[in-house]
Design a protein around this ligand. Structure first.
Ligand SMILES: [Zn+2]
Ligand SMILES: [Zn+2]
Length: 313
């Protein structure tokens, strides 16, 4: 039997075309490009308003500064790139002509993904979309914080245990809830490419722990030397602590209120898993999301009571 491989990641691909996890990553990058586009425009406007004079001066004194005009160049080149791929999908794959907006182009490419994955330039497509996203992220100076949580407990498309590592992604944009995603620990592994939103972490956490225990029990297998986080022993298996900042975002409660609950011992203080701390700024206190959810609900009811009482008086 011949083993076919994905033209981009060289991982397993049943039909030899772009693999499921590469398609998934590309679709996610397209979503991100659409999401980040307004921030990129804002960066361009802000620079145009505040920087032209100094830019001219800097150029005469120090010579051209290639990074100064990056955001507008990035915007133009990303747009060209998206238009180019959309054109291929229209001309060669018979896709519909989308609305000429960045979200429109991104959505069109996302819905053509299953034809594009079979195109001869599929690897180049995936590569360039990932590159476009990375360039926008750099241009607007955004970097999501990523922290490994442990081995993926899922199975791949082929029913094999997933070789991926689950990474918690904390977006810079605080309006976006953190999510976890299955990522490759090394290029050759076959992964499920799953994505879990913050509400699913509680059920995912124990499964990651169970998978880690299982791998640790199979020391002879090569997968056991994945670099995994150490989950603190004193945390009960059914609790997956999250940071105060994350709990504040997820449950819409000010961080100060959560700290108050910890101080009043209404909330249990857990050590944070080492891998989930901010690089350079260690998060040492973790809280049980379920406890926070309960207290947040009580607080909301209390605020509601206070408000209606205020209205009556
Ligand atoms: Zn691939
Ligand atoms: Zn996985």
């Amino acid at each position: 039997m011949t083993t076919r491989s994905c033209p981009k990641c060289k991982g397993q691909s049943r039909d030899g075309f772009l693999c499921y996890s590469c398609v998934r990553a590309t679709k996610k990058a397209l979503d991100r490009i659409a999401d980040l586009w307004p921030a990129l425009q804002e960066t361009i406007t802000r620079r145009d308003r505040t920087q032209p004079a100094s830019e001219v001066r800097a150029q005469t004194i120090y010579g051209p500064l290639p990074f100064r005009d990056a955001p507008s160049r990035v915007a133009a080149e990303v747009r060209n790139d998206l238009v180019g791929w959309v054109r291929i999908s229209i001309d060669e794959l018979g896709a519909d002509v989308p609305r000429d907006t960045i979200p429109g182009l991104c959505r069109a490419l996302s819905s053509s993904a299953h034809q594009l994955r079979k195109h001869e330039a599929a690897a180049e497509w995936a590569e360039s979309i990932a590159g476009d996203m990375a360039r926008i992220v750099r241009a607007v100076d955004l970097t999501d914080r990523r922290a490994p949580a442990g081995p993926c407990p899922e199975r791949t498309e082929d029913g094999e245990p997933c070789g991926g590592v689950i990474v918690a992604v904390y977006p810079v944009d605080e309006r976006v809830s953190p999510w976890m995603e299955c990522t490759k620990s090394d290029p050759g592994t076959d992964i499920c490419g799953g994505v879990w939103d913050a509400t699913e972490w509680r059920s995912l956490g124990p499964r990651i722990l169970a998978r880690k225990a299982q791998i640790d029990g199979q020391k002879a297998r090569p997968k056991a030397d994945l670099s995994l986080i150490e989950w603190p022993a004193e945390v009960p298996a059914e609790v997956t602590p999250i940071s105060i900042a994350d709990a504040a975002v997820i449950y819409g409660v000010p961080p100060g209120t959560i700290r108050g609950w910890l101080h009043d011992k209404r909330l249990t203080k857990y050590p944070m898993a080492a891998g989930l701390s901010t690089p350079g700024r260690p998060v040492t206190v973790g809280v049980d999301p379920e406890q926070v959810a309960r207290l947040a609900a009580e607080r909301k009811a209390e605020l509601e009571r206070v408000r209606t009482r205020g209205e009556r008086e």
